[in-house]
Design a protein. Structure first.
Length: 305
């Protein structure tokens, strides 16, 4: 199917967010089309893995929108490279707002799809955003859980000292999300599978993009540590839910988080699909795992949107 691609902007908490809207051919000539908001991982951007899913779903007939998070990529917001979970959730709500202004989108047929931390944000947004009718999460990660596993009190004390320093005029501190190259990773002795594949995806020609510069505003880590993407899922997450994870387990914990979310969700219609032989990052861009995931998502969204 031919897909029309447009660069658009929409407002979220007073900021203009840069987005890519994809419209299946002739969809804008009729009403009642289903639409899906696609949400990128932490450190990522609209042109990377969430954009791959947005493109493939558009080819299947869904209107899709994928955007750079507030403070990141081509979207507005200061301080740059901040990762604020509350803002990320509001970004999703605002993307839904935008879709409801399009005459060819059925406001009662809007879904969400998030990848990695974007999956956690999508889940969290859906709990209180009742315009979202169906929730998909690929390689889903509860970003706060990941940060809380690594001396959270010590890190919060570092954040406190850095905030004081910046209040007194010090340069804002940004750190890399992951090593900047395989050479840096090897020198640091970081040889775990997910770390290796993260560097391969984000820092080589495989998936590297200028809008994903591998920078994190250090003082935004405090809000990440306090965030539980699945909090209240046992009572508020009632929409149909499709979780997809790779069968190869890695340190980033999406296999664990996928099972945790499945157990906690109040959804009457929920499914946990494991792509055997695939890792967390295989589901970002590798042909066969992504095809398997998209095929499963297509069945899910066709049923529930």
């Amino acid at each position: 199917m031919i897909v029309i691609q447009k660069n658009v902007k929409f407002l979220a908490h007073g900021l203009a967010l840069a987005a890519i809207l994809r419209i299946p051919e002739h969809a804008d000539e009729k009403k009642g089309n289903p639409a899906i908001v696609c949400v990128h991982p932490g450190s990522s951007c609209k042109e990377q893995t969430a954009g791959i899913y947005a493109e493939k779903l558009a080819e299947l007939g869904y209107v899709t929108i994928v955007f750079d998070a507030s403070y990141q990529g081509e979207s507005e917001g200061e301080p740059r490279h901040a990762e604020y979970p509350s803002a990320r959730v509001e970004d999703i709500r605002s993307a839904v707002d935008y879709l409801t202004t399009l005459e060819y989108v059925d406001e009662h047929r809007i879904g969400v799809l998030g990848v990695c931390a974007g999956g956690g944000y999508a889940v969290h947004a859906a709990m209180t955003e009742r315009r979202i009718q169906a929730v998909g999460a690929v390689s889903v990660a509860n970003i706060g859980r990941g940060y809380r596993e690594n001396d959270p009190i010590g890190m919060l004390e570092q954040v406190a000292r850095q905030r004081t320093a910046e209040a007194r005029g010090a340069e804002p501190l940004t750190n890399p999300w992951i090593p900047g190259s395989h050479e840096e990773r090897e020198a640091a002795g970081m040889n775990e599978l997910d770390i290796k594949q993260a560097v391969d995806y984000y820092r080589t020609s495989r998936g590297q993009h200028p809008n994903s510069p591998n920078r994190l505003k250090f003082t935004s880590v405090d809000s990440i540590i306090a965030f539980d993407a699945f909090h209240l899922a046992d009572s508020l997450l009632t929409q149909p839910l499709q979780i997809i994870v790779g069968g190869i387990r890695g340190a980033f914990g999406s296999y664990h988080d996928g099972h945790d979310l499945y157990q906690r969700a109040a959804s009457a219609h929920k499914d946990l699909f494991i792509v055997e032989g695939a890792s967390h990052y295989d589901l970002y861009d590798q042909t066969e795992p992504v095809k398997e995931a998209v095929d499963r998502l297509d069945v899910f969204y066709k049923k529930h949107l």
